[in-house]
Ligand binder design. Structure first.
Ligand code: SF4
Length: 355
């Protein structure tokens, strides 16, 4: 594995920081139950009026996930969100997640209107992989197959041969490696390293990172394990290698929920965005879930196990966009056509895998 750190755009970190500075602190929102039900009803009516369905990611706030389920939408990982949105008969999709998820929905369903509660919700991985820099990197290695994580812009996807999510990345890289292909991987360095270790594939790895998963530390988790010696540790592979090394189960959000069900442990220490607790606790109501500690402590940390951009998806924003349709995802049709190829490849591959 070669280190591609010198190839990342020099200003990627400052772009991420600028975005974070604009957001302010992430606050927990506890709604009065009566008010919440009122908002749910208003939004359900607005969804019906617009022939729309709500597609939410596991990392959204529990209220948003509950609303998606209550209104016949879906709560899932980005792969399943893409499939659900594409196959649902609604003419409008309201995507509660981050921008690349909205773009993916538009690419797969160009005939549908894609709304988001805010177009400001982005992702440090997407920001850390500007298309011009990335294209130059790819051009410098023309003999490599370009595989990008779903957490990228439509333009970066359009430059790729394959798109993958964390739930199918290992299998797809394994497949490409079996064909003797050399791989460019972007943008998450930790996931890239994890896949490389699993598959032994020849990979050039971009050095992007998720600001949430990067905060987990092996030492904090080991200390917590000492307090709960019978607990299992669940880790998302966007976390640093030392954190992955102390895990009992490593996987995508959906795979971690499955692991919570299949592992015999009654207590689980979970190293991923705490938004996942909503669905995970539903899946294992009798088990105790504990948030893995992060490096940042107390109020100074804006990414303490909750993505600040996912937190921008609020009930008020969902209602507003349904009433005003003013946060619309658009992707240039030509770019979308090109970006659809690697996305379709992933969807076909993962469907075959499932079958
Ligand atoms: S949790 Fe990390 S990978 Fe997911 S959207 Fe937020 S910054 Fe991106």
């Amino acid at each position: 594995m070669k280190d591609a750190s010198h190839l990342i755009a020099n200003d990627a970190q400052s772009i991420v920081q600028t975005h974070l500075d604009r957001l302010g602190e992430v606050k927990d929102k506890h709604l009065d139950p009566e008010l919440k039900q009122q908002k749910f009803k208003q939004i359900a009516d607005a969804l019906r009026l617009r022939n729309a369905v709500l597609v939410a990611h596991y990392y959204c706030d529990p209220d948003v996930q509950e609303l998606a389920e209550a209104t016949g939408g879906c709560v899932s990982d980005s792969l399943e969100m893409a499939r659900f949105g594409r196959d649902h008969p609604a003419t409008t999709l309201v995507v509660a997640g981050v921008k690349f998820m909205g773009e993916t929905a538009k690419i797969l369903s160009p005939e549908k209107t894609i709304l988001m509660p805010t177009l400001e919700a982005t992702c440090s991985l997407d920001l850390g992989c500007p298309v011009d820099e990335f294209s130059r990197f790819c051009d410098a290695h023309p003999d490599h197959t370009v595989v990008v994580y779903a957490n990228t812009s439509a333009a970066v996807k359009a430059r790729a041969d394959w798109v993958v999510t964390s739930s199918c990345a290992v299998e797809i890289i394994e497949h490409l490696d079996s064909l003797g292909e050399k791989i460019i991987w972007a943008p998450d360095q930790h996931l890239g390293r994890y896949i490389q270790k699993q598959t032994q594939a020849e990979m050039l790895i971009w050095d992007g990172a998720c600001i949430v998963h990067e905060e987990f530390r092996a030492r904090g988790i080991t200390n917590m394990k000492a307090l709960y010696p019978n607990a299992a540790v669940l880790v998302h592979p966007e976390s640093p290698e030392s954190v992955v090394d102390v895990a009992d189960a490593v996987g995508s959000t959906s795979q971690l929920i499955k692991a919570a069900q299949t592992l015999p442990h009654d207590t689980l220490i979970v190293a991923t965005d705490r938004g996942i607790f909503f669905k995970m606790q539903q899946a294992v109501p009798h088990k105790t879930l504990i948030e893995a500690p992060t490096a940042g402590e107390g109020a100074t940390c804006r990414s303490c196990a909750h993505c600040p951009w996912m937190a921008m998806n609020e009930l008020d924003g969902i209602l507003h966009v349904l009433q005003h349709a003013d946060q619309v995802i658009e992707v240039d049709p030509q770019l979308a056509q090109r970006a659809k190829l690697p996305l379709d490849r992933m969807l076909q591959f993962s469907a075959a895998l499932k079958a």
